[in-house]
Design a protein around this ligand. Structure first.
Ligand code: SAM
Length: 225
């Protein structure tokens, strides 16, 4: 990986190369198998979503700082959460926590429509501009408290929350279609969580599974922290 930068290859060429290494070493080798998820991770240029001066770190498998003290998630976790959503091409997905827009871009390569909610106006504005510049036209970004979901476009086939919640917000359960999947980090502590998948099996019944330990910035809002 470092070899490429020492050789000073043009950024686009080395980015394509580094993205392939990321897919092989950090995703496929660690159990990400869904071909649609791997294709989406291959298509979206993560270097366009990281902060100024961070481009060279875009394909390291870690979170990176973005504006307003927030983070762009680790590529493996983005792929893992996307795979856990069990998406189909006709799905409509709600994402809570737009951040840089990277996860929304990944989702948009797999499904028909992505609705993404961000509480920080500045981040939402930059994400909208970035996504438009890259030509991702099936994503709508909304500024608001995502713990309340986005009722207008519900029900959703899948909902993904990219910030850690103290419990699963009730409005998100209510806005999930029957058969729909919700993937969310949940934890009593502000800093570490368990990634949980909730499946709505009928009007009043939900099935909950614990997937793995994760660490996300807090989900702040009426039904969050
Ligand atoms: N998905 C993002 C990406 O691909 O760059 C990373 C998200 S970052 C880990 C978590 C985001 O959740 C932050 O941008 C934060 O402002 C946002 N957030 C926290 N609480 C929220 C809430 N109640 N509603 C919407 N967004 C929220």
């Amino acid at each position: 990986m470092r070899y490429c930068f020492r050789m000073r290859l043009p950024l686009t060429k080395s980015s394509d190369y580094l993205r392939e290494i990321m897919i092989r070493e950090h995703l496929a080798r660690r159990g990400i198998h869904d071909p649609e998820v791997l294709r989406a991770m291959r298509e979206v240029p993560r270097e366009a979503f990281v902060g100024e001066g961070m481009q060279e770190l875009a394909y390291e498998d870690g979170p990176l700082p973005i504006e307003e003290g927030q983070t762009i998630s680790q590529p493996y976790i983005v792929a893992y959460m996307t795979e856990a959503l069990e998406l189909s091409s006709s799905d409509r997905v709600l994402e809570i926590g737009t951040g840089s827009g990277y996860a929304a871009a990944i989702l948009s390569r797999i499904v028909g429509a992505v609705y993404s909610v961000e509480r920080l106006e500045g981040l939402a504005h930059s994400a909208r501009q970035r996504l438009a510049m890259l030509g991702y036209s099936n994503i709508v970004v909304h500024v608001g408290d995502g713990t309340l979901g986005w009722l207008e476009h519900s029900p959703y086939d899948a909902i993904v929350v990219t910030a850690g919640a103290p419990q699963v917000p009730k409005p998100l359960l209510e806005q999930l279609a029957i058969g729909g999947r919700l993937v969310i980090p949940v934890g009593a502590s502000y800093e570490v969580q368990i990634l949980v998948r909730v499946r709505r099996v009928s009007e009043h019944d939900y099935h909950r599974e614990e997937l793995c330990g994760v660490r996300f910035v807090p989900l702040i809002g009426a039904a969050g922290w």
